[in-house]
Ligand binder design. Structure first.
Ligand SMILES: Cc1cc2nc3c(=O)[nH]c(=O)nc-3n(C[C@H](O)[C@H](O)[C@H](O)COP(=O)(O)O)c2cc1C
Length: 172
């Protein structure tokens, strides 16, 4: 089942292998514009982004978790951070940044790019590993890394994930 609109919701898939080409700056800006348009608790918008295209940093980031390999193959990674100093509703920061990351990835899909979310928060060792790469101050909390690039293979959309049995009306 598909709404027929907002096609990216249904065509987005995790892409872990990329063509060598760079991602154009204009596209990076559009992706980050979408990311910053996400909802957030008390409209706190406490996100910040490190745009990484330096191969040495990409290599470093690919080692911050055992599952970050795609970052080492990507021409671009976006590190999504929460800035504690900007938070007025700190207990919701991860939800805010989750919405922001999904916006970012859907925007990438709409621009013909592939991406994959590399989970960092709330795993303390992974957060520390990212902080160490960039020597981040305490107030900056690494949330995730999104590897981005033109897909090596044309990604096939997932088959229908709609499960009517998961929907409950007026009670469980
Ligand atoms: C919170 C979170 C953490 C994830 N961490 C990783 C990761 O570390 N490495 C990876 O290759 N994929 C990671 N993924 C991608 C998931 O594996 C992927 O979204 C899932 O298998 C569903 O596939 P799809 O994205 O193609 O729909 C993560 C996704 C989320 C939402």
């Amino acid at each position: 089942m598909s709404s027929g609109k907002m096609n990216e919701l249904f065509t987005r898939v995790s892409v872990r292998d990329y063509m060598p080409g760079k991602v154009e700056k204009d596209k990076v800006d559009r992706i980050l514009d979408a990311a910053m348009n996400a909802p957030s608790a008390r409209n706190q918008q406490a996100w910040e982004f490190i745009v990484v295209d330096d191969p040495d940093y990409l290599r470093e980031l690919s080692k911050v978790t055992p599952y970050a390999g795609p970052v080492g193959r990507a021409p671009l990674a976006i590190v999504v951070l929460g800035n504690r100093d900007l938070m007025s509703a700190p207990q919701f920061w991860e939800q805010d940044l989750g919405a922001c990351t999904e916006n970012l990835m859907l925007s990438a899909t709409s621009l013909g790019l592939g991406s994959v979310w590399i989970g960092i928060a709330p795993v303390r060792e992974r957060m520390n590993a990212v902080s160490d790469v960039f020597d981040l101050t305490e107030n900056l909390m690494p949330f995730c890394i999104v590897a981005v690039g033109y897909p090596k293979e044309r990604p096939e959309p997932h088959r229908d994930r709609f499960k009517p049995e998961r929907i409950h009306h007026n009670g469980y």
